[in-house]
Design a protein around this ligand. Sequence first.
Ligand code: NAG
Length: 278
Amino acid sequence: MFASCSSVASAPILTRPCALVLGVVVLLLTGGLGSELRVRVRLSDGLVTEEVLEADSERDSITLEFKQGDGTLITFVADFRQEVKIFRALILGELERGQNQYQALCFISRLSRNEIIPSESMARLRQKNPQAIRLAEERRGLEQFPMSAAVNLSRAFQLSSHIHNMCSEAQEAIYTREADVKHWLDKGVDGSIFQVLPHTTEEPSFQACHSTKDLWQPCLCTYSLRLEWYPCLLKYCRSRDPTAKGSTYKCGIKSCSKGYHFTYYVPQKQLCLWDEET
Ligand SMILES: *[C@@H]1O[C@H](CO)[C@@H](O)[C@H](O)[C@H]1NC(C)=O
């Protein structure tokens, strides 16, 4: 019943794929594909949260979701088929300040091939000790995302079939970068999806929201988030099989943490109340 994933000559033929196990040497056989993984991770503020990672081999996508200490729900989707990544933040509103129960933001950008492990590998990931609090092996810096265009939700299916589900609550707040827009236009995506926003990169034509006093003034809003733990690379081990000299096999993953800093125009500071001077 049990077999190691290394290609030992006498190993039985594996009818089911091998699991990639986090941080331990032993490999397990898995159940079905497409299951979810729950990983306990420590956030920057010290709190421990449960991150849910789900791979959909059929749609060739990965979803990662967790709740921050302030109650914000962060969802990240990597759509490998259409090479798009989507970040969604559901931010709890302050009802006593007349805000909605929550505010949804969606940020869309290109996905590179090597940003995160493939969905079929993700589907095979298992952990030996689910109670362990995990810390990423590599902590990457904050990447800047000047978001200069808004995306029209009802046309966004051209970019990724995931946008409609992910961003329907963020109708008025779906943003992307100029460089991404250029890339998609070159690929033949219809330009009417995008609406250019007042510029965020040129000479500051608008103040930062955190230094704007008037709630009705337009300003530049910033939002930061960090994916505290995700499998960013596959690890390969050398096969011990003497007949398969120098051959390697997938034997685990490397984990990364990465920050994302989005800047975008809002017509009223009201829409950016988290971005306040402290
Ligand atoms: C978004 O697209 C829909 C359908 O094509 C259109 O009716 C609507 O006016 C567009 N919205 C904006 C803000 O351009």
